[in-house]
Write a protein that binds this ligand. Structure first.
Ligand SMILES: C[S@@+](CC[C@H](N)C(=O)[O-])C[C@H]1O[C@@H](n2cnc3c(N)ncnc32)[C@H](O)[C@@H]1O
Length: 176
């Protein structure tokens, strides 16, 4: 067992269980640095640890933020939260479409069906938006995203390379 596993066996951030590694937070911070979006949507809040991290990034940089989940398992309510099923609830879908349509956005997909999330939500992202996904190679892979090229999404090669090196299971695209 590594020292990290011993000190933080259930992987926590701000004392809240999180389903991301610390390296993946570093990658997300790089995405905020490198791209010029004005708002962020996270699909898949769970306990709210990653949401709190993303919300803090947004607070510091003056961006808007929204986290969405069909269940409310939040440990904190610091950040704006929308409860609803992102596929089945029309009101939830419209609210997310409306939010994303307002300005270049960063959409981070970490719900239960990543290929479907990207199919439904990537097309509404304005130009200069960034699309990110977790569990790349386990829950979603190249065959699920071939349509993105036709929508002018380009892989962010340097960040994706670093993500592979650091085993963060993340993948990112920018819409031109
Ligand atoms: C992997 S967890 C999110 C982990 C969180 N981003 C983190 O890093 O701590 C996935 C979440 O997606 C939510 N979810 C799954 N399917 C959903 C759907 N159709 N609509 C909304 N939320 C959904 C689940 O309730 C769960 O909280």
């Amino acid at each position: 067992m590594s020292v990290l596993e011993r000190l933080s066996p259930d992987n926590r951030l701000f004392g809240i269980p999180i389903q991301h590694s610390f390296a993946s937070l570093y990658i997300l911070d790089l995405v905020f640095d490198q791209f010029d979006f004005a708002q962020v949507v996270e699909l898949g809040t769970y306990r709210g640890a990653l949401s709190t991290f993303l919300w803090l990034e947004c607070q510091v940089r003056g961006h808007r933020f929204l986290s969405v989940d069909r269940a409310d398992k939040r440990v904190t309510d610091l950040f704006p939260f929308l409860r609803g099923d992102i596929f089945e609830c029309q009101r939830t879908k419209l609210r997310i479409f409306e939010f994303l349509g307002q300005a270049p956005s960063f959409l981070y997909c970490d719900d239960g069906n990543k290929p479907r999330e990207i199919q439904v939500y990537a097309p509404v992202l304005p130009p200069r938006s960034v699309l990110g996904v977790h569990d790349w190679g386990t829950e979603i892979s190249e065959k699920d995203v071939s349509f993105l090229a036709d929508l002018s999404f380009h892989p962010i090669d340097d960040i994706n390379c670093l993500s592979t090196e650091l085993h963060t299971l993340q993948q990112f695209w920018v819409r031109r």
